[in-house]
Design a protein around this ligand. Structure first.
Ligand code: CU
Length: 458
């Protein structure tokens, strides 16, 4: 076999690249920090290098790094984790460095990053750096651009960050299993110039969904669409951090979607503009004002607004099933049916039968339902005026005057100025004209018994 001069030159260039990358100095693997709890960590300000305003990860943290001869070095460990979805429910997931999702990686446009990835899973994995421009061999697609990382092995990824924006990381190996088990994280590249895309508060979370049958700890991984737990950063309401902002702050919220369906994310009280996707920032003249933005599968959206309205403003997915926890799935509709007499009869036929309320389901937010262990009520959370009747993808943007920069502590419920809360009319109510007789449909309600499934199919 002859080696052409061109190939020899190519090899020389590669060797040169390796020497430039300082691979020799990369012998010592940096420490892999570990996070034992799902508490929001304060933003991690840069202590050297270019300045930027760090992001805040809801119920999460930013991965510490070290500088090594011009390279920013991180160490991710892929491993089984226990993630508290909300107080009262732990999920046995796969994640990185002790939590799912993994820690947020933050760096600056133009920086060179070296990321060590150690695999402590029982099967092989890789990491794909979703949206980032890099050499093809660093793209992390098992079998296509690299061999998979076998259990116990550590691989090194090296690339220069060529553009700023919001990106994600996730495995590209046995994806259906590994993403259904919670393996994902966010990768933020700040603009080189801190004046570009500047905000006062920069929040982020990933959308993740799980199918954990009541009473279980481990997600079913073969599910395609019928997930029963819809999460912001693998947390469900009321376990999701509020987004605290000072009145007048410019706020950015970055949302990545690694579920198997789209999520229309809706903010109350403010208009926002769509300022970025995982393809980059949107030019100011092309930004769209919205109050709901759809986040497609495998995509990221950044929105920005001025938090100029004080209060407790809901931020949630507008698919109503996605603000419910597991027990809300697969129940029959009994609105208008006097089920008191019916339930014992049905239960003789279907022993685990449970009906929803005959006036809707709101009573289930308050009732003391007998739940299997490690299972959350389908909706819960208590506000200052009563039960919130939400679970899943729901949290609150809390806008207050005089919040100090970098103070993200929950200020409690909003104290409404007198005369600004909806109130009951106690005067004489005018007669509401309406048809006489029974409501349309009357008492002729057909009852179909639908057995509550415990195997996932309905
Ligand atoms: Cu949704």
């Amino acid at each position: 076999m002859t080696v052409s001069r061109r190939e020899m030159l190519g090899a020389g260039v590669l060797l040169g690249a390796a020497a430039v990358s300082g691979r020799v100095q990369a012998q010592a693997v940096p420490e892999a920090p570990h996070m034992p709890h799902p508490t929001m960590q304060p933003p991690l300000f840069p202590t050297s290098g270019p300045d930027y305003r760090p992001v805040v990860t809801l119920n999460g943290w930013t991965l510490p790094w070290r500088m090594n001869q011009g390279w920013k070095e991180f160490h991710l460990v892929a491993e089984p984790v226990v993630r508290e979805l909300a107080p009262g429910m732990n999920a046995h997931l796969w994640g990185y460095n002790g939590q799912s999702p993994g820690p947020t990686i933050e760096a600056v446009e133009g920086e060179k990053v070296r990321i060590f990835v150690t695999n402590r899973l029982p099967e092989h994995t890789t990491i794909h750096w979703h949206g980032i421009r890099l050499p093809n061999g660093m793209d992390g697609v098992g079998g296509l651009t690299q061999p998979q990382i076998k259990p116990g092995k550590t691989f090194v990824y090296e690339f220069e960050l060529r553009r700023s924006g919001t990106f994600m990381y996730h495995p590209h190996a046995d994806e259906m299993v590994q993403m259904a088990m919670g393996m994902m994280g966010m990768f933020i590249v700040h603009p080189r110039d801190p004046a570009v895309m500047r905000v006062d508060r920069d929040f982020l979370f990933l959308l993740a969904s799980y199918d954990i049958e009541p009473g279980n700890f481990v997600p079913r991984v073969t599910e395609m669409t019928d997930f029963n737990l819809w999460t912001f950063n693998s947390r469900v309401f009321p376990g999701i951090d509020p987004l605290v902002a000072g009145k007048g702050d410019r706020v950015r919220i970055r949302v990545g979607n690694l579920t198997m369906t789209n999520h229309p994310i809706h903010l109350h009280g403010h208009e926002f503009t769509l300022t970025g996707t995982d393809g980059g920032w949107i030019a100011p003249e092309r930004r769209i004002p919205e109050v709901t933005t759809d986040v497609p599968v495998g995509a990221m959206r950044a929105i920005e607004f001025i938090a100029d309205e004080e209060g407790d403003w809901a931020l949630h997915c507008h698919k109503s099933h996605h603000v419910m926890n597991a027990m809300g799935h697969g129940l029959a509709n009994f609105i208008g049916v006097q089920k008191r007499d019916l339930e014992p009869k049905i239960q003789r036929l279907v022993p685990d039968y449970m009906a929803m309320g005959n006036a809707g389901m709101a009573d289930m937010g308050e009732m003391e339902m007998l739940l299997p262990d490690n299972t959350l009520p389908m909706m819960s959370g208590q506000g200052q005026f009563g039960p919130l009747e939400m679970g899943g993808m729901f949290t609150v943007v809390k806008v207050r005057p005089g919040v100090a920069a970098n103070d993200y502590r929950d200020p409690g419920w909003y104290r409404h100025p007198p005369g600004t809360v909806a109130f009951e009319w106690t005067g004489v109510a005018p007669a509401a004209p309406r048809a006489e007789g029974p409501a349309p449909g009357g008492n002729a309600v057909e009852v179909q018994v639908v057995r509550r499934s415990t195997s996932g199919g309905h």
